[in-house]
Write a protein that binds this ligand. Structure first.
Ligand SMILES: O=C[C@H](O)[C@H](O)[C@H](O)COP(=O)(O)O
Length: 265
């Protein structure tokens, strides 16, 4: 349907031309576009640097982690590595299973060697926003169990100050019955605008992997004491977890447009 509309809009006559047009619009051709390439090189670097034989690895969620899983599967097969993967979402679980990797859980493997995950934004002080895809709670639990927490991201995720790059707000996972009081409390205490995240292919709000709602807090740009703000929000009854990952990551790899990888710190 979208394709037909596009074809009509462009006044072209074949669906094939429409496909080409659609791919050009999305900057995705038969080759990988610069954004996807940037994700891939960051993901490959993290897997190559941090995954060792006989290790337990946390597998994050999102689009960048897909590249990491592909590289991990490649290495496990070629080097015959023994690696147990702990998922941070249903998506991660499916990726692990679909790529024939060994699935574990925190009951059997409470101590991880490393967790690798994407990010929505990373500032100069390693304050991180996560949860753009709604997966923050299990991601934070898994990261907290890992000796090292490694972020993989493309060049659009790097900023000096939170909010410079990522415009969707800070995701906050909440118990459904409490979402309106929490919305008011955050707006009253800090300002900004707190919106409940609505589903796209379902009527009503997004329901997380844990059966909760997600609030997206569009915060005022003058806020900066993220450690304190995070702790205060976590104390609000009904808040399950925030998408603020404050100084949890040991390393962030950003794939850049020129094919290089920026490391932080
Ligand atoms: O909820 C989603 C996760 O926190 C992702 O890791 C984050 O949104 C980054 O995802 P992506 O790799 O697609 O940019």
């Amino acid at each position: 349907m979208i394709l037909k509309t596009l074809v009509r809009a462009k006044g072209v006559s074949s669906a094939f031309t429409g496909v080409e047009f659609l791919f050009n619009c999305m900057n995705v051709s038969d080759k990988m576009g610069p954004l996807e390439t940037a994700k891939k090189i960051a993901a490959y670097k993290a897997i190559d640097e941090y995954v060792k034989d006989n290790s337990v690895i946390g597998i994050g969620s999102g689009s960048t982690i897909i590249h990491a899983i592909h590289r991990l599967a490649e290495r496990v097969k070629e080097e015959k590595l023994q690696v147990v993967c702990i998922p941070t979402s249903y998506q991660a679980r499916q990726l692990i299973l679909n790529n024939h990797l060994t699935l574990g859980d925190l009951e059997s493997f409470p101590k991880l060697d490393c967790a690798i995950d994407g990010a929505d934004e990373v500032d100069a002080e390693m304050n991180i926003i996560k949860g753009g895809g709604g997966c923050l709670l299990q991601e934070k639990i898994v990261a907290s169990c890992a000796k090292e927490f490694i972020i993989i991201a493309d060049y659009t995720k790097h900023s000096e100050k939170l909010g410079q790059q990522y415009k969707q707000g800070i995701p906050i996972e909440v118990v459904p019955m409490a979402y309106v009081p929490i919305q008011h409390r955050i707006e009253d205490n800090y300002g900004g605008d707190v919106k409940i995240r609505m589903a796209v292919a379902k009527a009503g709000p997004v329901i997380t992997d844990n059966g909760n709602f997600i609030l997206d807090w569009h915060f005022p740009q003058d806020l900066s004491d993220w450690n304190k703000i995070n702790e205060e929000i976590l104390l609000m009854p009904g808040v399950v977890e925030t998408g603020l990952f404050i100084k949890m990551a040991n390393k962030a790899y950003f794939g850049m447009t020129d094919g290089s990888i920026k490391e932080q710190p």
